[in-house]
Ligand binder design. Structure first.
Ligand SMILES: Nc1ncnc2c1ncn2[C@@H]1O[C@H](COP(=O)(O)OP(=O)(O)OP(=O)(O)O)[C@@H](O)[C@H]1O
Length: 257
């Protein structure tokens, strides 16, 4: 980020529970060749909080996530982070010339790495695939490895850019369940970029809608977990969020914006 260093952001507020946020972003702006994509975005994520970022195609979700991940030096604004973070993209981004365990080990530099890599692979249900090559995995398995590579860093914040977007419907559902379990066990915070309102309602504590370069909606999702896709509490929230996304009717399922 161009304008402020993390050390200069000590005046940023605490969360409603009084804890220090894992991420605070203030007045984030980005334009490409004179076209404004982000026109001043503010965002605070509390420890353990899952925030879904919804928005139409081209609304700037991935741009914002890349900025928050520190991958866009040309953006402006202020960003403050507490703790480590890890990113999972829609594509697994595994190195094809490294075995699965070695890919996961890229996330960790400590001397107990082999033990932690094995534990992370077990957590995503791939304890026996450490010696496999990425090309030998299904799409869903490869994405599990991407999650293991992120988990092994013990992140305070996971930044997720459509992590289930390339998977078939059944695998996607399984991965959403896995995410819910990992979140319950590890307590990381997450920013989940998604097109899918139902995915946001299934996984998030709060859903944001990005439109015209700004956060135009911030809806708490105060539903108990575990949640299922047919959760009775989804209806009004789904209709509300779809309305904010400019979608009039809200058929059950298939709610991609
Ligand atoms: N490196 C770049 N150079 C030029 N324009 C870009 C660049 N990256 C993003 N954009 C533009 O910024 C806008 C927002 O893109 P972004 O990928 O952030 O949207 P998105 O909400 O993630 O979209 P989708 O849901 O379709 O992935 C788009 O108009 C896109 O063309």
């Amino acid at each position: 980020m161009a304008t402020r260093s993390p050390g200069g952001l000590t005046d940023f507020p605490t969360t409603p529970t009084g804890t220090r946020p894992v991420l605070t972003a203030r007045d984030v702006r980005r334009a490409f060749a004179g076209t404004v994509v982000l026109a001043g975005v503010d965002l605070t994520i509390a420890p353990g909080e899952v925030v879904a970022l919804l928005g139409g195609s081209g609304s700037g979700k991935s741009t914002l996530l890349r900025i928050l991940a520190g991958l866009d030096p040309d953006a402006t604004g202020g960003i403050s982070r507490t703790g480590s973070q890890a990113v999972v993209f829609q594509e697994h981004r595994l190195l094809p010339w490294k075995r699965v365990a070695d890919n996961v080990a890229l996330g960790v530099r400590r001397t107990d790495a082999p033990h932690r890599v094995a534990a992370a692979l077990a957590e995503v249900g791939l304890a026996d695939r450490g010696r496999a090559w990425p090309a030998e995995l299904s799409g869903g398995q490869a994405q599990r490895v991407a999650f293991a590579r992120a988990l092994v860093r013990e992140p305070a914040l996971l930044l997720l850019d459509e992590p289930f977007g390339a998977l078939d419907a059944l695998t996607r559902l399984r991965m959403q369940t896995l995410f819910g379990r990992l979140h319950a066990e590890h307590g990381f915070a997450a920013l989940l970029v998604t097109h899918d309102v139902d995915e946001a309602l299934l996984l998030a504590d709060r859903a944001l809608v990005l439109d015209d370069g700004r956060i135009v909606e911030e809806a708490p999702v105060p539903l108990t977990r575990p949640r299922a896709p047919d959760h009775p509490g989804f209806g009004p929230l789904r209709r509300h969020l779809l309305g904010r996304l400019g979608v009039r009717s809200a058929p059950a399922g298939g709610t991609d914006a």
